[in-house]
Write a new protein. Structure first.
Length: 310
């Protein structure tokens, strides 16, 4: 990770003063770095980490950083990782262009390294992430998202990038198709489990741990798995009443009522079972990969994802 941090820092520097200034600010926004960590773990589980592995890790982190900057513009977010967001400091125009710059830098790193297989994977991921976000917006407007659509959204919007991390990591160190597919599936299932747990925490997490106010999804009219299950297991009259609350102006009382409804209809219990199921699928998917410390770490990460409280 120390080598990666250096590689990533070097990758976003620019001779343009403004770009370099914003780039240095991005480096101050310390994230968990789960995505590059997945690239490194997947690579080490399948072989030996190489320069190609570091290029892959840098590529996915640049893509992730670009999408976060663009997301903050779309959401009018004022903070990111405990610091003012790029758009809050430099306004939307610079933020959008900076996101474009990071994405371009990632693509150039892959081109210069002749990692054309990485490019094929990552461009498909960008497409899936965009489609997932747009599908969620479309369904949020009508409040008609069902369970199948929910899984399509989170597979594309969230899990696709974790899937890409593991696929690129494996591809950087092995030509074994079985191991590469195993890692790709691990990333997909891990990402789905991670997002379900994230959606559960919106109903039962604590602000201190979770870092955002409980009920944020409700305020944003996002119908996630706990609420989908609750609505499917209630009378038409109850479901219509809750949908009206979701459409209307949110107060502390209405948010509390919706959260209580989800708990009463066992939406949390069902969602937790699904998160566990996908975590177990992730662990099972890497059975063909030889045992190692890195594989044990990937197993531990899958277990942690469903136990976390933030």
């Amino acid at each position: 990770m120390t080598v990666f941090e250096q590689t990533f820092g070097d990758s976003i520097r620019s001779k343009i003063n403004l770009v370099d200034l914003v780039a240095k600010y991005i480096l101050k926004q310390k994230g968990k770095k789960i995505r590059p960590l997945l690239v490194l773990l997947a690579a080490k589980a399948c072989g030996e980490i190489s320069d190609r592995t570091y290029r892959g890790a840098t590529l996915v982190e640049l893509l992730h950083s670009a999408t976060l900057i663009h997301d903050d513009v779309v959401d009018n977010a004022e903070q990111r990782r405990g610091l003012p967001s790029i758009n809050a400091v430099w306004k939307n125009k610079i933020a959008v262009l900076m996101g474009d710059y990071l994405l371009a830098r990632g693509l150039m790193i892959a081109v210069n390294g002749k990692d054309f297989d990485f490019l094929e994977v990552i461009t498909n991921t960008v497409k899936r992430m965009s489609e997932g976000e747009l599908l969620q917006i479309q369904k949020t407007r009508k409040l008609d998202i069902d369970e199948d659509t929910y899984f399509q959204v989170i597979s594309d919007k969230t899990a696709s990038l974790l899937e890409t991390c593991c696929e690129i990591g494996a591809a950087s160190t092995t030509d074994d198709p079985e191991h590469r597919i195993a890692m790709k599936n691990y990333g997909l299932f891990l990402g789905i489990s991670f997002q379900i747990q994230d959606d559960i925490l919106d109903y039962e997490g604590s602000f201190k741990l979770f870092g955002k106010a409980i009920g944020t999804d409700i305020k944003d009219k996002k119908i996630t798995l706990p609420l989908i299950y609750a609505l499917n297991n209630s009378s038409p009259k109850e479901a219509e009443s809750i949908r009206k609350l979701m459409k209307g102006k949110k107060t502390k009382d209405t948010i509390k009522e919706i959260i209580e409804f989800v708990h009463e209809k066992k939406g949390i219990e069902y969602s937790h079972k699904m998160a566990l199921d996908y975590a177990h699928r992730a662990i099972k998917s890497i059975e063909p990969v030889p045992d190692s410390v890195s594989k044990q770490s990937l197993t531990a990460l899958a277990n942690f994802v469903v136990e976390r409280k933030n």
